[in-house]
Ligand binder design. Structure first.
Ligand SMILES: NC(=O)c1ccc[n+]([C@@H]2O[C@H](COP(=O)([O-])OP(=O)(O)OC[C@H]3O[C@@H](n4cnc5c(N)ncnc54)[C@H](O)[C@@H]3O)[C@@H](O)[C@H]2O)c1
Length: 274
């Protein structure tokens, strides 16, 4: 399906995350002439994309704004940007811990404001983006923003904003937790005597192959990762002994629950301005 693009896309900040979103949109055929990036450094972003270091006098009609700077910059950004936003300007915010109520307060003009929480693999079209909005965003704007997000990978609308920090902990932060797991797998291999470079290659390839296999098994046969884990474990064999360590007292589950809860709690503290 050919994506439908906003008439104009104005990115405020284009660092790690917004940069990956833009990479994917351009790969999927977004005309760079429709994109303006505001970034303090003024560094080029991609061929044909206009980069500015100051706000323009006005935004073109039909602009979708992507707020891609750090959450603590919202007050500064809104004081310059809000006066440029008219009723049909659409705003997509990827700012962690910044509620829709705060966005509506800071941007009183636009009807369409959507919170989006992507993760870094969006650059490959294999990301996860959680989305939330309210009834002030009309169906057409919601559909247009959904269409913009679709090329990035899995898009999941959240019906209750109180879930937002929880889904951010799972999928927004999740790549970091998996990268940490891959790193620990390699270092554990080294700890039991495998040469470090070999352990690093083998750990990464194991994570990659297993993730691809899990995705296919789920799509093709509805097999869950838990089922696949049991399939690797021969009765009385090596894997079961290893799984017994991870499973003892729900050790891994407890560790990950604590990890997600800490990330979620930080999002809630950020929403309180802490
Ligand atoms: N990194 C992730 O995995 C991830 C995932 C989901 C959401 N987010 C959200 O994305 C946002 C950016 O995170 P990041 O990791 O890309 O950070 P980053 O530091 O890589 O990018 C921030 C960008 O904002 C620019 N910037 C700084 N001051 C600015 C200003 N006053 N006006 C406009 N731009 C300004 C910086 O030059 C930089 O390019 C955050 O709000 C974060 O919550 C990040």
């Amino acid at each position: 399906m050919t994506p439908t693009w906003p008439d104009h896309l104005f990115l405020v900040g284009c660092g790690n995350m917004a940069g990956q979103m833009l990479v994917r949109w351009l790969d999927c055929g977004l005309d760079p002439a429709r994109v303006t990036v505001l970034r303090p450094s003024g560094r080029p972003v991609a061929d044909g994309v206009r980069v500015v270091t100051a706000y323009p006098a006005a935004l073109p009609a039909g602009t979708t704004v992507l707020l891609g700077m750090k959450p603590y910059q919202i007050a500064d950004v809104a004081s310059s940007l809000a006066p440029l936003c008219v009723a049909d300007t659409r705003i997509v915010s990827i700012l962690a811990g910044t509620t829709l109520a705060e966005l509506r307060d800071r941007f009183p003009g636009p009807r369409a404001i959507v919170r989006a929480m992507p993760n870094l693999p969006v650059g490959l079209g294999e990301g996860v983006t959680a989305l939330f909005t309210d009834a002030t965003t009309d169906a057409a704007a919601r559909a247009a923003i959904d269409a913009l997000i679709q090329p990035l990978g899995l898009a999941e609308w959240i019906s209750d904003e109180t879930l937002f920090n929880r889904v951010t902990a799972l999928s927004g932060c999740g790549p970091a937790f998996l990268f940490r797991f891959a790193d620990a797998l390699a270092r554990a291999g080294e700890a039991i005597g495998i040469p470090a470079d070999q352990a690093a290659r083998m750990a990464l390839a194991t994570v990659r192959g297993s993730a691809t296999m899990a995705a296919r098994a789920s799509a093709d046969a509805g097999d869950s990762p838990a089922t696949l884990a049991d399939r690797v474990a021969s009765p009385g064999g090596m894997t079961r002994e290893g799984l017994n360590v991870l499973d003892a007292d729900d050790r891994l589950l407890t560790l990950l629950t604590d990890t997600l809860a800490a990330a979620r709690d930080r999002g809630e503290a950020m929403a309180r301005g802490e």
